[in-house]
Design a protein. Structure first.
Length: 431
């Protein structure tokens, strides 16, 4: 078999692990890591939890550490375009060869665990263990990790003493696992706060979230830092990015929107705490803020026609997307293609986008978790100001929307919803 055939087989093995579901708890990951030498005990970690903003916050922190000369691992989810996005070192994706090696290493360990009476590790647990061993073998000076689900029982929550814990924006998502109020969800996220280690919290939180996080920090003797909004001046938010001044320093992020600026100052505060142990200059921090953004965060794919994609897959993310539409696309007639997962709170996400569309095309992502296109259209129709159409095929939905823009029925195209769906859109656009 060629390397690419072995890589395809390896990623297929990982995808098949989804059949074991999502099972919060630390027993399996602890066993898995112990059987491969406990790499987490030899790594310096920055741990990030939250509902939205984890990815961009992680990327800024990792980018600044890399700019300062430190070999930095980055672990994120989900992937948008390909699996190897999830595990990076200094901005470089894990090689296909290393993915194959990781699967060959951990597959027999998982089988051994089952023989010993443990449940089979989940997909996320296996990927987490692969990432940590890869970071250790690669000699990383620091590792920035994004939680997968929650925090307290998330597979990434295996570090006894992270350098810094970060809580980003908390809102309603995964309520079946994390609780039906933002306070309950915040309690789960605050599970990454560790005894005697500092914590940074996103400055704008709903309900009693700040109180829950403050209580957890006080209980564990964790220094708690909130970014100071009085020290922030947002200079501009445009499609090309956002400019702002924080604590007297000027910054530019290629991410567009006020919420990304707030993610940036949360990361800046985390880097301030890390500067106690790492040599982080102002230039390195600015380089981290300006680093190449993750895909599908109000990302512009083309100018002619104007095509934007955004992973607005929960109510808070959808609200942020709508603020960006109103601020940066106001007056433009939008053709929207939207594909959602059925395990998301789609009834609150879809209408807010639909009411800003001239043409709304409901489609279905290529995933067993996908919401049927007909259901997307049913939810969109009462709110939409223009036509609502149903096209289950993402490829044909994209073609229809592009045709509408070219014919002058709309001025711009917005594709939004689940990240895996947007990965499909990016691949289709690249053709």
């Amino acid at each position: 078999m060629t390397l690419e055939q072995r890589y395809t087989a390896a990623t297929e093995y990982i995808r098949n692990l989804l059949s074991f579901g999502s099972k919060p708890g630390l027993e399996r990951i602890a066993q898995l890591l112990e059987r491969c030498g406990s790499p987490q005990k030899k790594l310096s970690a920055i741990h990030v939890a939250g509902t939205n903003g984890k990815g961009s916050t992680c990327r800024i922190i990792a980018g600044a550490l890399t700019a300062a000369g430190y070999k930095t691992g980055l672990y994120i989810s989900p992937a948008v375009e390909e699996f190897s996005e999830r595990i990076q070192i200094d901005g470089e994706y894990i090689s296909h060869e290393a993915v194959v090696k990781g699967v060959e290493r951990f597959k027999p360990i998982c089988e051994e665990m089952v023989r010993d009476g443990f449940d089979h590790p989940t997909e996320f647990e296996v990927i987490t263990a692969m990432a940590l061993e890869y970071f250790l073998e690669s000699g990383c000076d620091a590792v920035v990790l994004e939680t997968g689900l929650g925090g307290r029982f998330d597979a990434t929550n295996v570090f006894e003493s992270p350098k810094v814990s970060v809580i980003t924006s908390v809102s309603s998502d995964h309520t079946a696992y994390l609780g039906d109020t933002v306070e309950k969800i915040a309690f789960e996220k605050a599970g990454i706060i560790k005894k005697g280690r500092p914590t940074v919290c996103y400055p704008v939180q709903p309900g009693g979230v700040k109180g829950v996080i403050a209580d957890a920090a006080a209980e564990r003797g964790s220094e708690l830092v909130f970014p100071e909004l009085s020290e922030l001046e947002i200079v501009s938010c445009e499609l090309s990015g956002s400019r702002f001044v924080y604590r007297g320093e000027e910054y530019f992020t290629p991410l567009a929107g006020e919420h990304f600026v707030l993610n940036a100052i949360t990361a800046i505060e985390a880097l301030g705490l890390l500067s106690r142990e790492y040599d982080l200059t102002k230039e390195a921090v600015a380089a981290g803020v300006a680093a190449r953004p993750f895909t599908a965060r109000f990302e512009k794919l083309s100018d002619e026609p104007l095509v934007i994609i955004d992973g607005a897959h929960n109510p808070d993310a959808a609200a942020a997307l709508c603020r960006n539409i109103d601020r940066m696309l106001g007056g433009r007639r939008l053709a929207v293609v939207m594909g959602m997962f059925k395990d998301k709170d789609y009834s609150l996400c879809i209408p807010s986008v639909a009411q800003r569309s001239e043409l709304f095309i409901a489609t279905k992502p290529d995933s067993p978790r996908a919401l049927e296109a007909e259901q997307v259209a049913l939810v969109a129709a009462p709110a939409a100001k223009g036509r609502v159409e149903t096209e289950p095929s993402p490829e044909r939905a994209l073609e229809r929307a592009l045709c509408a823009v070219k014919k002058g029925e709309a001025d711009a195209l917005l594709c939004c919803g689940s990240f895996s769906f947007l990965g499909q859109i990016k691949r289709l656009m690249s053709r």
